[in-house]
Write a protein that binds this ligand. Structure first.
Ligand SMILES: [Zn+2]
Ligand SMILES: [Zn+2]
Ligand SMILES: [Zn+2]
Length: 769
């Protein structure tokens, strides 16, 4: 059992049925002994599974007879230190309806109190310092409960029974306003500042946010320029669901997410409206929306009376600020004032971001509200595993048995501060869940900070190829046990990952299970002129691809050539000579190239921007596609991406509208996915496909690919619990390491790689390592 409020629920149930006994936690989860007549015991068991509290997740229940003790009452056993190390650390939970009612009830002593919470809601993961989970090991330790709160805390019949962060205005944290002098309490001053067009820094659950009125263009524009965030969309918080519906289309699955206990940012289709300032999400058909998830947010939104932008409190790509002194210093140049408080945040946790695909969650970022809830592994780890993740959108993952604890979003692991977040995070998780890793899994990229750190650890090491990890992540996400189901066709499309042959992969067709893979097919490699510069300047990829597509004779009337005429020849020469131009088979780079050719943009300000905007350009009503061959090489197949770029360029020169061109390209890539999987099926007979990698955050491509695959009789696995992007890589690495350790104990082997196997594809004789 995972979740909150379970023991009081059991207590209430047993007491109501007149049963004696005990409920408690140990390292396996919750244990219950009930004693009484057989009818009430049966009823008790039925209610346990039939009507559990909303936040409890019951993995399984096992029962066994026990000797009669003659107990007269039902009790809740105190937590033994160390005995319930992971049973009680739950994710942070959005303020429940009952607490929201308290907030606005003039007769309640918590009316208007910004830190109201109960057993069913409130901060958890972000305030936990250590185990066992008890007030003394949280950042609430410094607040001594008043008599009223203590009474609620100790009363099993009370909504706040054993709610560790329970507090009230008399004993709990208090708001503070740091900013221009003026009348009123901190909240009133903050509301006034926002209403007057100011930028406000607000301390939230997992860090500071920056806020401004969403409809106020000068305020949002000021926030954008001070934050040095040029184009990346901001999220908007609305007071309630009705307000969200005024901005966006909300379907039932999206409504469930918006109003659920995790309260992520949900990416919604925007209505054609003028209610949100242009600078909030420039040129974007989607808008990230979230509803209030703390009492402070509820009070703030109620005071302001209209939607606000709520974006992470940081400059550019730095990690979000969460310590008060650091926030005041780093955000001082952005915010006109601070609405802060004296309850420390122990661990920085960003807002989660989710899209809905065919009625199910498609996580883009899994963090607050989800972490540290463990994910079940189909193949349990015989020895504890730490998976160090990738680099961008970094997460790590610790595994004990069949439970995988994927970390919160750490950020891009490119500097000292994020590296420290990673290593401190690992320490924190180790303590919380009592896991001492014996196997450390890592990416193969020698320059990733996570790889370098892993290689320094005194443990058995397992190197996992990046795209194998993506596919393994999708398998683990779906609970697939390959030892039963056999290998799958894995399509891993992303920006870049280190290949088993030392080149940069990213448009990969693998045959894979958890312990190994073969590279069945891939995009034909092209040079990336200027290396990483080509990531920031997609027009360089256009130059490399067009040079191949037109065999060195690129039409000069193409807009992308004209726009970049000054550097075009030099960049082409770089690509041709292979100077500082590593080869890549990346699908992300192909999208970049086509987006630049189509005039979407030549340079980007955030990762994946060109592809994101190119997706939005596409007319979803267009069904035809550019033809694309798969070239069988005798060692698998390649996809000649240059032919697609040529088709795009020819259409544009012929005056075909850009939205049609974008759609035809998306449809062509979807067909490539289906054709490639069909080839693999012919070679080795499998019929399940796993789609992973950041490119599959593109809903147009994902939808078309899944449809085509299903039409051809494939079972298709997509992501629902961890992101398809590199945020999900750590789970994949962990699943691979666990499965390898189960297969052949890794003990004593200092370093082992997930193997490229040569058994599945047979006649296709695919390439591997
Ligand atoms: Zn509550
Ligand atoms: Zn109190
Ligand atoms: Zn990746």
């Amino acid at each position: 059992m995972q979740g909150v409020g379970f023991r009081p629920f059991v207590y209430g149930l047993a007491t109501r049925l007149g049963l004696a006994g005990v409920v408690g936690n140990d390292e396996r989860g919750v244990f219950i002994e009930v004693e009484g007549g057989s009818a009430p015991v049966e009823e008790f068991l039925a209610a346990l599974t039939g009507d559990p509290p909303p936040l409890a997740v019951i993995e399984r229940i096992s029962t066994a007879p026990a000797p009669v003790t003659g107990r007269g009452t039902f009790v809740i056993a105190p937590s033994a230190a160390g005995g319930d190390r992971h049973a009680l650390v739950s994710p942070d939970v959005a303020t429940c309806d009952a607490c929201v009612r308290d907030l606005s009830d003039p007769a309640d002593r918590r009316c208007g109190y910004a830190f109201t919470n109960c057993t069913g809601c409130g901060p958890r993961f972000t305030i936990v310092r250590d185990v066992p989970y008890d007030r003394a090991t949280t950042t609430m330790a410094g607040f001594r409960m008043c008599a009223d709160c203590a009474r609620e805390y100790h009363d099993p019949g009370d909504r706040r029974f054993h709610a560790q962060p329970v507090c009230c205005p008399a004993c709990g944290p208090l708001l503070r306003f740091v900013g221009p002098e003026g009348p009123g309490d901190p909240l009133a001053r903050a509301v006034r500042l926002l209403r007057e067009g100011g930028v406000l820094a607000v301390k939230g659950l997992g860090g500071y946010h920056l806020a401004a009125l969403a409809a106020d263009e000068p305020a949002v524009a000021a926030l954008r320029s001070r934050k040095h965030r040029e184009d990346k969309p901001f999220a908007v918080m609305t007071g309630d669901l009705a307000a969200a519906r005024r901005l966006c289309v909300v379907d039932p699955a999206e409504e469930r997410l918006l109003t659920g206990p995790a309260r992520p940012v949900v990416l919604l289709r925007r209505l054609d409206d003028l209610l949100v300032a242009p600078s909030v999400a420039p040129g974007n058909r989607w808008l990230g929306v979230l509803l209030p998830y703390t009492p402070l947010h509820h009070l703030l939104l109620r005071g302001v009376g209209e939607p606000i932008v709520l974006t992470s409190g940081n400059v550019s790509d730095e990690p979000i600020a969460y310590r008060d002194d650091d926030a005041l210093e780093r955000l001082g140049g952005i915010a006109d004032a601070f609405l802060t408080h004296d309850r420390p945040i122990h661990i920085r946790t960003d807002d989660s971001v989710v899209r809905v695909f065919r009625g199910r969650d498609l996580p883009i970022r899994r963090s607050r509200g989800y972490v540290p809830h463990p994910l079940p592994l189909a193949v349990a780890a015989a020895r504890p595993v730490l998976a160090c993740g990738a680099e961008l959108k970094h997460t790590f993952c610790l595994v004990k048995g069949d439970r995988a604890f994927v970390s919160h979003h750490i950020g891009d692991l490119e500097n000292y501060e994020t590296l420290r977040s990673f290593t401190e995070g690992v320490e924190h998780f180790r303590r919380l869940f009592d896991i001492t890793p014996e196997i450390v899994a890592h990416d193969l990229h020698p320059d990733y900070l996570s790889t370098k750190w892993a290689l320094d650890q005194d443990a058995d090491l397992v190197g996992v190829q990046h795209h194998h990890a993506h596919i393994a992540s999708c398998l683990a996400d779906n609970g697939v046990d390959c030892t039963v189901a056999g290998p799958v066709a894995g399509v891993a499309f992303d920006g870049l990952g280190y290949g088993a042959d030392g080149t940069l992969w990213g448009g990969e067709f693998l045959v894979a299970d958890l312990t190994g893979f073969e590279r069945a097919g891939h995009l034909a490699p092209v040079p990336m002129p200027g290396g990483v510069t080509a990531i920031r300047q997609p027009w360089r990829m256009a130059a490399a691809y067009l040079d191949l597509a037109y065999d060195g004779d690129v039409p000069e009337d193409l807009d992308v050539v004209r726009r970049n005429a000054g550097q075009w020849a030099a960049v082409v020469a770089l690509a041709r000579r292979g100077v500082n131009s590593p080869l890549t088979s990346s699908m992300g780079r192909l999208f970049d190239a086509v987006a630049a050719v189509a005039g979407v943009r030549d340079a980007i300000t955030y990762e994946g921007q060109a592809a994101v905007e190119f997706e939005q350009l596409a007319d979803p009503g267009v069904d035809d596609a550019y033809p694309c061959r798969l070239v069988e090489t005798g060692a698998g197949f390649t996809v000649p991406g240059a032919e697609l770029v040529r088709a795009v360029a020819d259409d544009l020169r012929a005056g075909v509208p850009r939205d049609v061109v974008a759609a035809r390209f998306h449809n062509a890539v979807a067909r490539v996915v289906a054709d490639g999987c069909a080839l693999i099926r012919t070679a080795c007979g499998l019929s399940t496909v796993a789609l992973s990698g950041g490119v599959f955050q593109n809903l147009l491509l994902l939808g078309r690919a899944v449809t085509l695959l299903e039409e051809r009789g494939f079972t298709v696995l997509t992501h629902h619990r961890v992101p398809p992007n590199d945020g999900g890589v750590s789970l994949g690495q962990a699943a691979v390491a666990a499965a390898m350790a189960a297969n052949s104990p890794i003990s004593g082997v200092r370093r082992e790689l997930s193997q490229a196997r040569h058994t599945w594809l047979g006649g296709m004789s695919a390439t591997g390592t």
